[in-house]
Every structure is written in C-alpha cells, then in structure tokens.
Ligand binder design. Structure first.
Ligand code: FRU
Length: 722
C-alpha cells in the first residue's frame, strides 16, 4: 500500500514536471497593425489594437509590449465586441492581462464554449482607481480538448465603461496574483519596500511573533519588465530592475523589532513579482536619487522627503525650533495611510526631517489632522524633566480625538492612556490656551445633525473636556487665535479660520465665538487647511498652509506647503482685516539683485529681458497708467492684472486687488512647483500651481492696451534652502 502510494506520487510529480515544461501558447498579444483573425464589431474596439493610453484617459500601465485592447476608443460611451477565432483548449490555464471598468458581463473578457460563457474576467476599478492591467487566470482543466472562443465585450456606456486586455496565453502555470509572504530578520533600522506609482494597491501586513504590528496599502512595484513580450519572462527573477519600474522606496521604521523576524504578508502579488525579493532592511530609508536634489524638488517650499503630504499639523514653536508636522503617506505618492510626518527648522526656511511622529495603531485607525501646544504649567501632569512639555491632539479615525505628549522636544510621543478624550462626529482638533479663563480650548470640526460646525470644548487639564458651544458654517481644520491690531495695540480680535482659507473676526470668551464680520478671504488658489504656530516668539502669528493640488508627477514626493507668512491685523476702509506677508527669514535666500526705478513700459517692451534665473523673489510698484492689462511672465507663466476687473490672475486662479491712486504693489515668489503672489502690502495672497516651465529661465514685464510705469522693481534671484 505504502509502496503504491509512493509510486503514484512519483508518477504524479513526473507528470507535473512534464506539464510545466510545455511551452505556452500565445492566443493573442495585440502587437499587430490590426486585429488579424479577430473580429471587431461596434465602435469601441476600432480596427486595430491601441498603442497604450487613448486621448482623455488616465495613464494605462501593466500591458506588455506596445499594443493592447483598449475599448476607451471614443470614450466610455462607445460599445462593441472583439471575438477570437475558435481554438482548442490545450493547457490547464488561460492567463490574461485585464484592466478597466468593473462591470461583470458588461466590460468583460468571456470564454465561450458551446455558445455558453464558462469563464469571465472584468477590471478591478469601479468609478475611480487606475488603468492598470493585472494578470487573471482561468483554470480550464475541465475543458481540455474542447473548442472555445474568447469574446471581449464592452456594453457599458457609463463611468469606467471600458475594458483593457492584453497577452492572452494558454499555459500550464497560473499567473494571477496570489497571497505572498517573506520572513526577514530585522538587522537594521528601516524596512524599505519598492513602490510604483499607479500600480494596483496591495494590502501589506507585518507580523512579529505572530502579532500584527503594521498594516497598510501600498502600490508595490512588481518590477516585472513591461517591455519584454516573452510570457516566460515574468516567471523568472529579473536580475536587473527595469528602468522606471520603481517610483520610490517606502520606508518603515522597524528598529523596535531588531533581533526578531518580521514576516511581510501581501494579499496578492502577480507571479514573477519581485516586490518581496526587492524589500531590504537598511540603516537608512532607501532612495533612488539623492533626496532634495531631484529635478522638480521645490527649493524654498516645504515638501516631504518622499511620499504624499497634505495638511500642516501640530505647528508649535519650542526651545528655538519651529515644529512642522504634516499629514503624510510614507508609502505612496497619493493620499493614504495617514501618519504625522515631522520636520523642524530654526529659521522657517531650511527644514530638517525627523522620524515620523505618529503612526496608525492599526489598519483603518489613521492619524488625521490636529495641533500642538506647550503645556507651560503642566496642567496635564505629563511633565518629566526640564524641557517644554509638548501636547498634541489629533483625530484617530478609529477612536476619536486623542492626545499625546512629548518631554523630549517632540522626538517621541506617548499616547494618553485615557484616549479618546472627545468622541463625536467630526475631526481636526485645534488646541488653544485661553488665558482669561485659564482653560484649554479645543476648536474642532463637527458634523452634528449632518451640518458643518466648529465646536468648542474646554478643559483644565487637556484630558477631561466639556462641550461649550458650536458655530455653524465652517468645514474642516479650524484655526483659532487672538491677534492684536498693528495700528492699535489695545485692540485685539479673535480669528476663526476654516480649511478653505476663509475667516471671521470676532470675540471669544473662552466658550462662545461671536463673529463681528462676514467671512473674509485673504488667501486664494492652491491653499488649504492652514494652521498658525502655537507659542511663536514675539507675538508673531506665523501661518503655513497646504498648497493643495501642487503636484509633482514623476517625482518620489507629492504636494507642498505654502511659504510661511506672518499674519497681521490692520485697519482698512472696510474695517480690520488680516494681512499676510512672507516671513522676513525668507530674505536670507536672496542672492543676485536686479533693481530698476521708474521705467515706462509700452506694449512691445520688456524691461526685464536681460534677467534670467530659476527662483525669483520680485517686488514691484506699478502705476497702471492707461493699460488694460499688465503683469509679469515668470519663466513662461503669466501673472496678469486686469485693470477693469481689479483682478489678479495666475494659472487657474484669480484674486481681487484694488489699486490706490492707480497704483498696485505686488510681490511674487517663484519656485519650481508654484508661484505665490502677495498684493499691496499683503491684503491679498494667492498660491498658484501654475509651475514655471523647467527649461524656461526668462522674465518679462508686459502691458496691453496702453503704457504703465514701473515705479520700482526689485528682482532677487533666490538660493535653494536645501
Ligand atoms: C483636510 C483633511 C482633514 C483630515 C485630513 C486627512 O485636508 O481632510 O479634515 O483630518 O485631511 O488627511
């Protein structure tokens, strides 16, 4: 009996070995100039395979060679079918690359035998996602020897109403993505995972001693070469990583597990993926090219060294350091896996990256936005040692509003064991010390009764909070602060800000905010979720916003902060208003100066034609004369003032600016990813993602419809802050 079993086993394994040796049969690779023997009906597939991405489509990736089936021809609205000639089923599997819309039966690839659909595949994305093709495999063992037809179908006309298909192959091996894992001894500080922006997101779990210690989603780079057409290639280990196969490395600090074995588990990896083989444990986060020296790296705006950034968080000045925390995805170019990144500066100009301050405790419990303060009087009782006691509040999406503290200058944070301290529908706690009532205030975005409010809670110790009041009409990321008037030291106002950059002035008694203005708008354009520093010296009110939408395609990082500005309260004819001006510290980057006084400019003239450069800080006082429009063209990007409309525009954004005695004053800051414009003395601020053209280094001042007078212009070239 035993002997027979062994013989059978041996026979079975011989069979298997022989089967695996059989060559694959390529049913279609869609590399030809037309569909050959395949029959195309309707409009969606046209008469020939597509060469990659079609007009108005997100970038298509994951196909092999140059051609593929892409039914986005004419957009999502078109329909059609593409049918193969009959063929005999001769291998155990049919492997195929599939992407596009997830509409089973409507955007699909069907295997048809005897007139019946016996297998079907559809794309992964329903209304969003990506245009990536991934391997799917049909087990067709039961159909051996039968005649079959493959029919590619597009019957959907709505969102994601298209299908992507490539490389249909009969094979003895399955290529579809499957769960994978790797054990790695933790011998150094960081585990680095390869990321390819746009690849299908994979779910990764780290376990140590059988316990899940980290879990996140990551667009893992499979590093399967996409230029080779050989179907066997994905099965082999590629000794060399194809160029462009990795967009960035996603590091995780694993130092606390040193000496142990860490298991990396991935929910699905395609066969031949090298993602896990490529993972390394190193002393430093891995980089493709030296960080801060990349082609598009902003030179005086804060960016994350790698990965995604959004809201500034926990801005606080302590012991000579400006702390900037920020919403951060360390594992990808897009939003996700929210952590708090951390950097410090002693001059608001150059920043030093510190380890991540807050990491999610478990999958789905993300560290959303919040703020930080110094608890000078140790009201919380968390103080140890002589340094400042820093306390931060943030939204844990799985628990509620939480606090954490640090006695080592923000380098490490300890969660309060009574977290969450507030539970409600909302997010983004802003902590403020209210001196007159000697209580802490938490201003927080609140969604009671499905409305948008800012709620105020108060506390004597940062741990036990009481609801005080709420004010309607504000969305996300509140900021709340008191500011003295520049004109009259005795007049102070409270300011309440929402994420959209609109604010009201008013009175705040520690419990209730009473506005005495309508909503005002100082900032325009790519500016969101701004925050001001707690405890800034000399009563300064320094603000940093997220330059929302300032993107860096092809770079290992994405999004930037706006320049730090100093806010002041000034009298205007309309009443007191906030003004914003880049912090003086930025002037330390000024290098070569080109200055002019009193130049008359006609429509065909450019007084700045001799100036070339990359980074500019320009200040100008312009007598509008009789022009219809005038402005600067900064490295190809127009910044235009329209006299009739009293409006300044740059890229997609416009902002109002009133002349005084027919004169406007502007200050322009031009970096690699954006242009910021401050109008008059800072009564208007605009951040624009209209990025200067990389190769263009020219500068112009132009007028249209008349002559203007440049009463003065100073153009500084700026140095890099890095
Ligand atoms: C604003 C925001 C916040 C939230 C955070 C998440 O941009 O949506 O409300 O806390 O981003 O990243």
């Amino acid at each position: 009996m035993r002997f027979l079993q062994i013989v059978l086993l041996l026979l079975a394994s011989c069979n298997l070995a022989r089967a695996e040796d059989r060559p694959d049969i390529v049913l279609a690779d869609f590399e030809g100039d037309d569909y050959g023997v395949w029959r195309s009906e309707g409009e969606a597939f046209g008469t020939a395979p597509a060469r990659g991405t079609l007009p108005n489509q997100m970038a298509v990736s994951g196909f092999l060679g140059q051609g593929l089936v892409n039914s986005f021809r004419g957009g999502d609205a078109t329909q059609g079918t593409l049918t193969s000639p009959p063929f005999a089923v001769e291998r155990r599997y049919i492997n195929l690359l599939v992407g596009g819309g997830h509409h089973p039966t409507e955007t699909s690839v069907d295997l048809v035998v005897d007139g019946r659909v016996v297998e079907s595949a559809t794309g992964p994305a329903a209304g969003g996602g990506n245009e990536h093709l991934d391997w799917q495999s049909w087990d067709v063992q039961d159909l051996a020897g039968k005649q079959a037809v493959i029919r590619i179908v597009d019957r959907n006309t709505g969102g994601w109403g298209h299908v992507l298909v490539d490389q249909i192959v009969q094979s003895d091996r399955r290529l579809a993505a499957e769960p994978a894992s790797r054990d790695m001894p933790v011998t150094a500080h960081y585990l680095n995972l390869p990321v390819r922006t746009g690849a299908p997101p994979r779910h990764v779990r780290f376990t140590v001693d059988g316990r899940t210690v980290r879990e996140f989603d990551i667009e893992l780079a499979d590093a399967i070469t996409s230029t080779t057409k050989s179907v066997a290639a994905p099965l082999k280990m590629q000794p060399k990583i194809p160029p462009g196969a990795i967009s960035l490395w996603g590091p995780t600090d694993v130092s606390v597990f040193r000496g142990k074995t860490l298991r990396i588990e991935v929910d699905a990896l395609p066969k031949g993926s090298q993602a896990l083989e490529l993972a390394t444990i190193d002393d430093e986060p891995r980089v493709l090219a030296p960080i801060y020296h990349e082609k598009q790296r902003p030179q005086f705006h804060f960016t994350a060294p790698r990965g995604w950034l959004n809201d500034p968080n926990g801005l606080v000045y302590s012991a000579g350091e400006w702390h900037l925390f920020y919403q951060h995805n360390p594992y990808g170019w897009n939003w996700g896996n929210m952590h708090w990144g951390h950097a410090v500066s002693d001059d608001l100009v150059s920043w030093r990256e510190l380890p991540i301050a807050l990491s999610p405790r478990r999958y789905g419990d993300w560290c959303f936005s919040g703020s930080a303060v110094i608890d000078h009087d140790n009201t919380s009782g968390f103080k140890k040692g002589d340094g400042d006691l820093l306390v931060l509040a943030y939204t844990s999406t799985g628990r509620g509003e939480c606090i954490a503290f640090s006695n080592d200058a923000g380098r490490t944070w300890t969660e309060f064991d009574g977290n969450p301290v507030v539970k409600h529908q909302g997010r983004d706690p802003r902590l403020v010390w209210h001196a007159p009532t000697k209580r802490w205030v938490m201003a927080i975005y609140d969604e009671t009764d499905s409305k948008r409010w800012i709620a105020f809670y108060t506390s004597s110790d940062l741990k036990i909070w009481e609801f005080a009041s709420r004010i309607e009409g504000f969305f996300e990321c509140p900021d709340l602060f008191e500011i003295a008037s520049d004109d009259d030291e005795t007049v102070a106002r409270w300011v309440l800000y929402g994420a959209d950059g609109k604010y009201v002035l008013g009175q705040f008694d520690g419990r209730v905010f009473t506005p005495d203005t309508e909503k005002q708008q100082l900032w325009h354009g790519n500016f969101y979720a701004a925050q001001t520093f707690s405890d800034a010296p000399d009563n300064r009110r320094v603000q940093i916003g997220w330059g929302q939408g300032i993107t860096f395609p092809g770079m290992p990082f994405n999004q930037q902060m706006t320049v730090p500005v100093e806010l002041t309260l000034r009298s205007t004819s309309a009443g007191p208003r906030l003004f914003a001006w880049p912090v003086d510290e930025l002037e330390s980057l000024r290098s070569t100066l080109h200055a002019f006084g009193d130049v008359r400019v006609s429509p065909d003239e450019n007084p700045l034609e001799d100036i070339t450069g990359e980074l500019f800080d320009i200040e100008a006082e312009i007598d509008l004369g009789d022009v219809h429009e005038c402005g600067f063209t900064v490295r190809g990007v127009p910044v235009t003032y329209n006299v009739e409309r009293h409006e300044l525009s740059c890229g997609a954004h416009k902002a109002p600016l009133l002349p005084a005695d027919n004169v406007i004053r502007v200050r322009l800051l031009a970096d690699r990813g954006s242009i910021e414009i401050f109008g008059n003395s800072g009564e208007m601020a605009l951040s624009s993602a209209a990025a200067p053209a990389a190769e263009n280094r020219t500068l112009a001042f132009f007028t249209r419809g008349g002559r203007a007078r440049l009463r003065s212009v100073t153009v500084y070239e700026l140095r890099s802050a890095w």
